[in-house]
Design a protein around this ligand. Structure first.
Ligand SMILES: Cc1cc2nc3c(=O)[nH]c(=O)nc-3n(C[C@H](O)[C@H](O)[C@H](O)COP(=O)(O)OP(=O)(O)OC[C@H]3O[C@@H](n4cnc5c(N)ncnc54)[C@H](O)[C@@H]3O)c2cc1C
Length: 457
């Protein structure tokens, strides 16, 4: 494809979106709704980026690259899958309810929706994994979280670790391990010592202290590609957008101050009125002309780094758990999801479970067989029904660069969606969205990039 594409939409203006993860899909959706003509370029032959499912030859079925969870507060993500017509394939709890187990002692962390903002208090009073004095200090800590104006103190909070913030607010090691980390590890995919206070406060404020509807937990009941990648492609093509799958961006070329074209690795050239890069940060930096990549606005992204997630998928010959998902404290198993129940009973007598390991540095380099053995053993210890059950199939999926890290100082490395180049915009969960590395952050970045573009082009 050479020259300027002619699918100018109702505005007569064209945009090329680079990258078909959730941020690129979200940007493309908004641009099409705003009347732009859109072409989307994606390196892989399918869309969805870091949230996709694939057919595994090893286990002969479709599996997700990793268990993905969203919450009621993820309003842009929910709106996005609704627009794609895929919301019916997701489920969101009516009110938060999750079991948390430690040393054989189990409790339900559940909302009391009638209490409004105080919906978690009854459950918190009964929470058995911290003692009475720790409860008093956690209640004080939660109050301080609630009263903190993040915007006013953004720089200070961004520069401080959440662990230090908690210690400075009288939280004991036990309260940090058995309460705060239960929230932080899965949402920020990192050790509580390594995340900045600003992003952690944001998660606690938005996800747990706003209202019962914001705290609910949701997930796809179908493969991840069926909830975003496939309906996303349909949405774009049905509205006249052009889809260039299996085509990689090699270079973003500038003429003077503006982007003149994008060169793909097959040598083809794309031209448009404007461009949204929804590429990973390192790929964007490699694609820009070196002198632009060195500009502080873009170069700052080189300071971002990634955190791993490991998924251990086990297929048992019989049911081993009843719940849809359970969280564990004091066990290498952090969260285990009952995929058979989530996806609906397929008539099989067995059960498929997925163990999701966040901040998985201890596991990412270990041989897959070791991980399968370790977690099969641990499942036996934690679930009596797993003791006699046979693991018929297993699969370990390692995602070394699952999310970008929200370490102290990260804000300086996250650019706004409008760049100093007038016709180039950036999207991606790693851009400045005020959200951590999540589907919600990715979708928001796409919306913000499209809005910034519409105000300029
Ligand atoms: C295992 C795992 C579990 C997760 N769990 C959760 C969860 O529970 N909840 C949650 O909210 N989030 C979760 N996340 C994070 C979430 O998936 C990401 O935040 C989100 O998908 C990022 O979307 P993105 O569009 O910003 O980036 P990406 O998905 O990385 O999109 C970038 C796209 O650019 C493409 N690309 C790269 N190079 C080129 C090139 N040269 N030319 C063209 N295209 C290119 C890539 O193929 C990709 O499609 C998880 C991620 C992983 C990996």
């Amino acid at each position: 494809m050479g020259g300027k594409s002619d699918n100018g939409g109702t505005s007569g203006k064209t945009v090329v979106v680079l990258g078909g993860g959730l941020s690129g899909l979200s940007a493309a959706r908004c641009l099409l709704e705003l009347g732009y003509g859109v072409s989307l370029v994606e390196k892989r032959p399918f869309l969805g980026g870091r949230a996709y499912s694939f057919h595994s030859r090893e286990v002969e079925m479709e599996v997700d690259n990793g268990q993905h969870v969203f919450m009621g507060c993820c309003t842009y993500y929910v709106d996005f899958i609704k627009a794609l017509g895929a919301y019916g394939d997701a489920s969101l709890q009516e009110s938060l309810s999750t079991e948390v187990v430690r040393d054989g002692k189990s409790c339900k962390l559940a909302s009391s929706p009638r209490l409004g903002r105080l919906h978690l208090i009854p459950s918190f009073i009964l929470y058995p994994h911290i003692g009475f004095l720790d409860k008093l200090s956690v209640a004080y800590g939660l109050l301080r979280v609630r009263l903190t104006n993040r915007r006013k103190r953004a720089a200070q909070l961004d520069g401080e670790s959440f662990y230090d913030w908690l210690r400075g607010h009288h939280q004991s090691e036990r309260a940090i391990e058995n309460f705060w980390n239960l929230i932080v590890l899965p949402t920020l995919n990192d050790d509580i010592r390594n995340v900045n206070a600003d992003m952690a406060l944001m998660v606690v404020q938005e996800g747990f202290l706003k209202g019962p509807d914001d705290s609910t937990i949701g997930f796809a009941r179908v493969g991840l590609s069926s909830i975003a990648g496939v309906p996303g492609q349909r949405f774009i093509e049905d509205r006249g957008g052009a889809m260039l799958l299996g085509k990689a961006v090699r270079a973003i070329r500038l003429d003077g101050d503006s982007v003149e074209s994008v060169e793909l690795t097959d040598g083809s050239i794309l031209r448009a009125d404007a461009y949204i890069s929804a590429l990973p940060f390192d790929v964007l930096l490699e694609s820009l002309p070196p002198e632009q990549a060195k500009e502080p606005f873009f170069a700052a992204a080189a300071g971002l780094s990634s955190a791993p997630i490991v998924g251990v998928h086990l297929w048992y010959d019989r049911p081993v758990m009843e719940q849809e998902f359970v969280a564990f404290l004091g066990s290498p198993i952090q969260w285990v999801f009952n995929r058979s129940r989530i996806q609906g009973d397929n008539g099989s007598p067995g059960q498929y479970v997925c163990i999701s390991l966040s901040g998985a540095w201890d596991f990412i380099d270990r041989p897959k067989d070791d991980l399968r053995d370790l977690f099969t053993q641990e499942m036996r210890r934690l679930f009596p029904a797993a003791r006699d059950a046979v693991v018929e199939k297993s699969l370990v999926i390692k995602q070394p660069e699952a999310t970008f890290r929200c370490m102290p100082g990260v804000a300086a490395h996250r650019p706004s969606q409008a760049t100093p180049i007038p016709n180039l915009f950036v999207a991606g969960d790693w851009t400045d969205t005020d959200w951590p590395s999540t589907m919600e952050g990715a979708v928001r970045s796409g919306v913000y990039a499209a809005e910034a573009l519409a105000s300029r082009v």
